[in-house]
Write a new protein. Sequence first.
Length: 280
Amino acid sequence: MWIGAAGNLRQIKDGATKFERSPEVSVKEFRSLAGGVTTWAPSVMPRRYSLEWEAMAPADVAHIDALARRISYTGPLVLLDPLAVNILSGRQSEGKGDFRQWEYSASEVTMYATGAAPSSVVANVTSVPTAGAAIGWKHPTWAGFPVPAGSVTWWPWSFGYSHAAKISGLDLKWYSAGGSWLSTTTQTDASRPMVATVPSGAAFVLPSLRITATGFYTLSRAALCLGDAAAYLTSVGSSLPLGEGCPGVSITGYRHAATPGDGTYRDIGLDLVEVTSATG
């Protein structure tokens, strides 16, 4: 698990003795006088995390203590869940929902949904520049998806399989913690997953592709994975794992106690919730 401010992630290698991540479903039930039941559900269902560690090492304790007490950072924190295979959001990984989840140039591409949510999203490519019309998968909070040191795997399967001849490249655009573009890694073969190493100084990545022909393209399954997942994604093909997302989080509860028998180590507990803002 990685946790921290953007650009200052720390990997907590000790396994948590408790790791819960439950979505706040908040479905409301209404019953009519005739006995019929209807339900209402919010459009956003934030997850709440509850984590506990026993005998945590001092350096890890110091890192989490500074985050919980907001000593040097108050904005939404990054929490990269080790259970998440695909860090795109759920509907985004399926090519559905709000078309604002994608980045594109309005002079080259028109994006729209095909019906009531959660409907499929279609890209109408109307103009193709020399390098191709770019479509990127956006993160709702940051310049891109947060990444630790290591490698990243990217594969928009529906494009890579169905329209490989119309794709000039799969791109991973790297950004600094401050949101400045650093560099872009490109793979011209769109029929297979792309694996790239996170460059020095990169805190975020924005995955994208470039289309070389005008026309209508239905967005479908896509996966952005931490680590080299190329063999796994190739084996599952169109059944890519559903996106778990990696939204910003805020610490809402913090428990800190000396480990019985050895005060050098600490028993730590954290409660977190997914947020869009964490000011104050």
